[in-house]
Write a protein that binds this ligand. Structure first.
Ligand SMILES: C[S@@+](CC[C@H](N)C(=O)[O-])C[C@H]1O[C@@H](n2cnc3c(N)ncnc32)[C@H](O)[C@@H]1O
Length: 235
């Protein structure tokens, strides 16, 4: 290398490194923006892990079929789709733009061949499933639904669950003031309220305890939310 070529090479390397940093930054900014569509981005990995560990510890097996209500960007969905047999994951999501991000997440994870069914709907009355599901999941979803929407989903679940199936969903117990999150309400209701909504749809609801006791570690009040299990009243 001649004397004059050396500074040019150093400058080119520096420029390359800067471009590399810009690409990494752009990719991580895009990921954070996607993660923020379903909650605080710094809790994303913990919440992904929690969902998979919770459901598999409760007996979800690859041959089961899972309905993920309010699946969002597939934060919990990706490891579940990977785990379940092809075509055994069904996600319902109310926001079209979020579902588009879910499809990108699926492609980036290289899991399109698992053919999950991703349905854009806010009202389950519009949803037709090809077959019943063994398990249903609504993580951080019922807390964003008005009562009539919760009832509509419980009615739907009661209809599509296999006799031994169950729905797990976390709720905020209380009668506190309602706030909002990304245009959705944040709702707290009494235990009796959820038991009543369940009974109206021929389901039994029981309490599994606070998320903290089930492995959810956010370091904030979300850990105090309660996990409920809904099962058909007549099995
Ligand atoms: C806090 S995010 C949780 C997403 C996902 N369950 C997860 O844990 O990654 C709540 C999701 O529920 C969706 N949602 C709210 N109301 C809905 C409805 N009526 N039907 C389907 N999805 C709904 C929202 O659009 C949002 O993506």
């Amino acid at each position: 290398m001649s004397h004059g070529e050396k500074p040019a090479l150093v400058a080119a390397l520096r420029q390359g490194r800067r471009a590399g940093r810009r690409i990494v930054l752009r990719v991580s900014t895009r990921a954070s923006a996607r993660h923020a569509l379903v909650g605080q981005a710094h809790l994303w990995a913990m919440k992904r892990r929690f969902q998979f560990e919770f459901l598999t510890c409760r007996g979800l097996r690859p041959h089961h079929t899972l309905l993920d209500i309010g699946c969002g960007t597939l934060r919990g969905g990706i490891p579940l789709i990977e785990y379940l047999h092809t075509g055994h994951y069904v996600g319902i999501e109310a926001r079209q733009a979020v579902l588009m991000e879910a499809r990108r997440e699926l492609a980036e994870a290289g899991l399109e061949h698992k053919r999950p069914r991703l349905i854009h709907a806010a009202d389950p009355a519009q949803v037709r499933l090809a077959s019943r599901v063994d398990s249903a999941w609504a993580f951080s979803v019922l807390i964003h639904m008005p009562d009539d929407t919760v009832s509509a989903y419980l009615r739907f679940v009661a209809r599509v669950l296999t006799p031994g199936g169950e729905l797990y969903a976390n709720v905020i117990l209380g009668t506190g003031r309602e706030s909002t999150w990304q245009g959705f309400p944040v709702i707290s209701r009494s235990r009796e309220h959820y038991l009543r909504l369940a009974a109206d749809e021929s389901l039994i609801a029981d309490e599994l305890g606070p998320l903290a006791d089930l492995g959810h570690r956010s370091g904030c009040s979300q850990d105090e939310q309660i996990m409920l299990r809904f099962t058909p009243a007549c099995r």
